[in-house]
Design a binder for this molecule. Structure first.
Ligand code: ADP
Ligand code: MG
Length: 250
């Protein structure tokens, strides 16, 4: 039944020798990372270790003056200093900044309309994403009439309608209670299966990382400590920091 366009291919992300510095504070320290097309990569580490900074560098949200060295490639193209809108990414933040006066439908379609997407195409995409996220009954409501979980679903939906090949998430569930978090984790996993897009997901929550990731990147102080599948990182931590952070015995 689905005749929808799938995300464009070539959605791997390569980060090479990236250094990001805020004045004298070096936050990302010569970081190298190959993110594979279609994988669910989780950036895991304690608060302040540079996860958001790294994600922002992929999104194009870093003040370019802070990029002291290195490159960010998306789909094989150098995007280090490219405009966010040119990068083919969608992003979901921790605080769902929905437009309070617009309906859910408008919130989801606004960005596409601004980008000049034809009206029937906008409608098709909103319907498809609304069905995926069970938002259909809520389309005519305003954000003030939604629960926290529903609002975060809308925020995810708003990123999905772009049909971007790369989706970035910055602690999208951390404002929600445990039950909703578990529910949305399941939904995100299903979405990843359906869409096949590359997902890069920031969290400081070990459970979230273990359940969502195809690979986990453990960070500390702007440096990668270990990269591996969840079981690998959990069972064979590369150092004491990783072992302690994941709560593995010994
Ligand atoms: P995380 O997301 O892992 O909690 P961040 O990437 O937000 O960590 O921050 C890493 C460090 O960089 C922190 O010390 C933070 O204060 C600093 N930092 C982040 N963004 C900026 C900025 N725009 N200007 C100055 N310092 C910043
Ligand atoms: Mg952060």
């Amino acid at each position: 039944m689905s005749t929808t366009t799938s995300p464009q291919p070539k959605s791997g992300v390569s980060i090479r020798e990236l250094c990001i510095r805020f004045d004298a504070n070096e936050v990302i320290k010569g970081l190298n990372l190959e993110i594979r097309e279609g994988e669910f990569l989780v950036l895991l580490g304690p608060s302040g270790c540079g996860k958001s900074t790294l994600l922002h560098s992929i999104a194009g949200l870093t003040d370019f003056e802070s990029i002291a060295a290195g490159t960010v490639e998306i789909g094989g193209q150098d995007m280090t200093f490219a405009d966010p809108s040119a990068r083919g990414i969608g992003m979901v933040f921790q605080s769902y900044a929905l437009y309070p006066t617009m309906t859910v439908e408008k919130n989801m379609s606004f960005g596409l309309r601004v980008a000049g997407c034809p009206k029937d195409e906008v409608q098709r995409r909103v319907q498809r994403v609304a069905a995926m996220l069970q938002l259909e009954p809520l389309l005519q409501r305003k954000p003030g009439q939604l629960s926290g979980g529903q609002r975060q679903r809308v925020a995810i939906g708003r990123a999905l309608v772009r049909e971007a090949a790369v989706l970035l998430f910055d602690e999208p569930l951390s404002n929600l209670d445990a039950k909703l978090r578990a529910e949305l984790r399941r939904e995100l996993k299903l979405l990843h299966k359906k869409l096949g897009s590359t997902m890069i997901y920031v969290t400081h929550d070990q459970v979230e990382a273990m359940t969502l990731a195809s690979r986990i990147v453990v960070m500390k102080g702007g440096v990668i400590q270990q990269i591996g599948a969840p079981t690998e990182v959990y069972e064979r931590p590369a150092n004491l920091f990783v072992a302690g952070f994941l709560g593995a015995p010994g």
